[in-house]
Design a protein around this ligand. Structure first.
Ligand code: PRP
Length: 206
């Protein structure tokens, strides 16, 4: 399929934020095409295309211009470190990136496990602290329970995962919510479509 023919290509994260993203675009006057089946990861129609991605891949697709814009959590942007235009806080998907430990832990943190190693390293530097940071890809709370690390840095949304694992949130390191991200070249080339969309989403988010 030739993506050049689409007026707008939008990268959306699979999972918790997908339905809220569709609803936000709809309120802003854009009906994004929907999936026709479970494995339909690229939906198109009416001059629009949607790419369904893992959240962590949204910044890459937008930065490299495959998608003109996308929706992604600020937590992922903090980790990705890409140069994207981030014009709108969409409000949904609120969560926090927190330092998590066993309730009785009192020793200094020596090794931290996280899906957010770059963010964690930069937080440690900002505190003048030194610790090993181990990158994991999921079920991060297990790292503390199994003794791989003495702390984790992870997303806390409802807190249910923490409670179920018997862990505690020691400190909130950053707050996150869904952001609209835009490729900087696309913003110039497709200004007539993207600017009104940004204005509408902004008006709805406030
Ligand atoms: C995230 C995060 C926590 C959980 C927090 O995991 O890593 O485990 O959500 O949410 P809660 O506070 O509402 O319980 P995710 O569901 O993305 O799965 P993963 O661990 O496989 O990455």
């Amino acid at each position: 399929m030739n993506r050049a023919g689409f007026e707008l290509t939008v990268a959306l994260p699979k999972g918790r934020m997908m339905a809220d993203s569709y609803a936000a675009f709809s309120r802003a006057g854009i009906e994004l095409p929907r999936a026709r089946g479970e494995r339909d990861l690229w939906h198109s129609g009416g001059g629009l295309a949607v790419l369904e991605l893992r959240g962590a891949d949204v910044p890459t697709y937008v930065d490299l211009g495959i998608a003109d814009l996308g929706v992604v959590g600020r937590d992922i942007l903090l980790e990705a470190g890409r140069d994207l235009y981030e014009p709108v806080d969409l409000g949904f998907g609120a969560c926090r990136l927190s330092l998590i430990r066993l309730p009785e832990a009192v020793t200094p943190v020596r090794r931290i496990a996280s899906k957010y190693p770059r963010f964690t390293q930069s937080w440690l530097r900002s505190r003048g602290m030194v610790a090993d940071v181990v990158k994991l890809h999921g079920n991060v709370e297990l790292a503390v329970l199994a003794g791989l690390a003495d702390a984790v840095v992870d997303v806390v949304q409802t807190g249910a995962t923490l409670r179920a694992a018997g862990l505690v949130e020691v400190e909130v390191l950053a707050r996150s919510s869904a952001r609209l991200v835009v490729n900087k070249s696309a913003l110039k080339l497709k200004r007539d479509v993207i600017r009104p969309l940004i204005d509408n989403l902004r008006a709805l988010a406030t």
